[in-house]
Design a protein around this ligand. Structure first.
Ligand code: SAM
Ligand code: SF4
Length: 431
């Protein structure tokens, strides 16, 4: 979602003459778009600000100005603190106000003091954003934001606010515009994307996906992140019925222990998750699953953790994100008794990740010799090479003509590397 937000901030600033650069030292303005989900991500902001302060001072010596802005969820949660610890920051803005960036920049250029805007405006920012500009053939589209679920470990309901769904016509218009610019793959985004309900009565995410498929211009549709509680029958059926919907699903489970799931306030138990997986696989036998896990949630015993390991063995995941529990200020879990010591969290995370890596490697290995359609969306590192993603999100590289960039082509997997697959065009060697 931060990638999407950053792209939209660039869209908002383009009419003012700003363009992106990879070199902070060249920039007239640097925006740190931040994440508050774990302590490490939040702390990184302050170390990065220290580095940028030096660049800003060096620029000032040459008589030019570097505007420094902090955006995103750390800004939302710790705006005042940022200005106290880093008074050289010019603008602090939350995730819901970046459509106002032009005014903030003008104000920062005029005024001596810093601009702080971490409001939750009544009118959603989406109503004020310019048309999205495509970069390449795959694009993110935010359709849902915020969260009302209040998992006891998570800051999202506080930093991103209440659940909000964009109306279907606005989403379809944005996707139509992106497709007209050459986008072939759309990933619908939301903190709980499958809670989307932005259409007329009776619309859910499945119907939105159907409407995108009916546009006839988008070849691939993905959505992330889904909450197990909001995965309804229609969405499961969509995996069987909509060929554009990729056979890959990110469905976080966090823990395999009922006791811990309850303490996390996840709203489902282990069995409900396993039943969902079974139904999804019945609808789409080719479905590859991804998930999020937390180790060392307060009160997690060895037996609870063993339940997580057992669930992983039972389900089999192809791609995952796993984290040790990070206590976040203001969340109920941070105040729970029985906080798990760091070395225990780390040891469990290492065990879990070893198993998850094994599963990913086994899945990749099983792809050797398979044919799959790959969207070639970037030039590769070597001359004549293109890079893309398989239907299951694996990075794939192939020697292919440059005109195939931005197209979906059938490839045969010829080698499995630790972080990618190598492929050749399907007709190579057979003609
Ligand atoms: N809404 C999605 C869901 O409920 O599955 C997840 C969105 S959350 C922004 C992304 C992931 O960050 C979560 O699935 C969780 O694994 C991880 N996470 C959130 N808070 C965390 C914390 N306090 N410590 C460690 N991991 C955390
Ligand atoms: Fe955070 Fe997801 Fe839980 Fe919402 S459902 S509180 S975003 S982990």
């Amino acid at each position: 979602m931060n990638v999407y937000d950053s792209a939209r901030m660039a869209d908002v600033l383009a009419p003012l003459g700003y363009a992106s650069t990879d070199r902070a030292e060249d920039a007239d303005m640097v925006i740190l778009n931040t994440c508050h989900i774990r302590e490490k991500a939040a702390e990184k902001v302050f170390s990065e600000l220290g580095r940028l302060k030096t660049l800003q001072a060096a620029k000032a010596k040459t008589g030019s100005r570097m505007i420094l802005a902090v955006a995103g969820c750390v800004a939302q949660a710790e705006g005042e603190e940022i200005l106290r610890r880093a008074p050289f920051v010019d603008i602090v803005l939350g995730p819901q106000t970046y459509h106002r960036l032009p005014e903030m920049v003008a104000q920062a250029a005029r005024a001596g003091g810093a601009v702080l805007d971490t409001e939750f405006p009544a009118e959603p920012k989406f109503d004020f954003l310019p048309e999205a500009r495509a970069e390449g053939s795959s694009a993110f589209v935010s359709v849902q934001e915020g969260c009302d679920k209040f998992c006891t470990f998570c800051v999202v309901p506080y930093t991103r606010g209440a659940e909000y769904s964009r109306p279907a016509p606005a989403v379809l218009a944005e996707i139509g515009a992106l497709a007209a610019q050459g986008v072939r793959e759309i990933t619908l985004l939301g903190q709980n994307v499958n809670a989307w309900n932005g259409g007329e009565a009776g619309w859910g995410l499945a119907r939105l996906i159907g409407a995108i498929a009916d546009l006839g211009t988008v070849e691939r549709i993905r959505y992330t992140t889904s909450h197990p509680r909001d995965l309804d029958d229609q969405l499961i059926a969509a995996h069987a019925q909509i060929p554009q919907l990729m056979p890959f699903l990110h469905l976080p489970v966090q823990s395999g222990s009922d006791r811990i799931l309850q303490a996390m306030n996840r709203g489902h138990d282990r069995d409900a998750y396993l039943r969902l997986v079974e139904r999804l696989r019945r609808a789409q036998p080719d479905l590859a699953l991804s998930s999020d896990f937390i180790t060392g949630f307060p009160g997690e015993s060895d037996a609870d953790f063993a339940q997580t390991m057992a669930l992983v063995r039972q389900v089999g995941f192809v791609q995952t994100y796993s984290f040790k529990y990070s206590p976040r200020p203001g969340t109920p879990a941070a105040l729970m008794p029985d906080q798990v010591p760091e070395p225990v969290k780390e040891e469990r995370l290492a065990q879990l990740q070893a198993l998850l890596h094994q599963q990913t490697a086994a899945f990749n290995q099983a792809c050797l010799g398979r044919e799959m359609r790959v969207l070639l969306d970037r030039p590769g590192r070597h001359a004549g090479q293109l890079l893309g993603r398989s239907p299951y999100m694996q990075p794939v590289h192939v020697k292919a003509a440059a005109h195939l960039l931005g197209t979906v082509v059938p490839l045969r997997i010829t080698a499995v590397h630790p972080n990618s697959l190598a492929a050749e065009p399907v007709d190579a060697g057979t003609s």
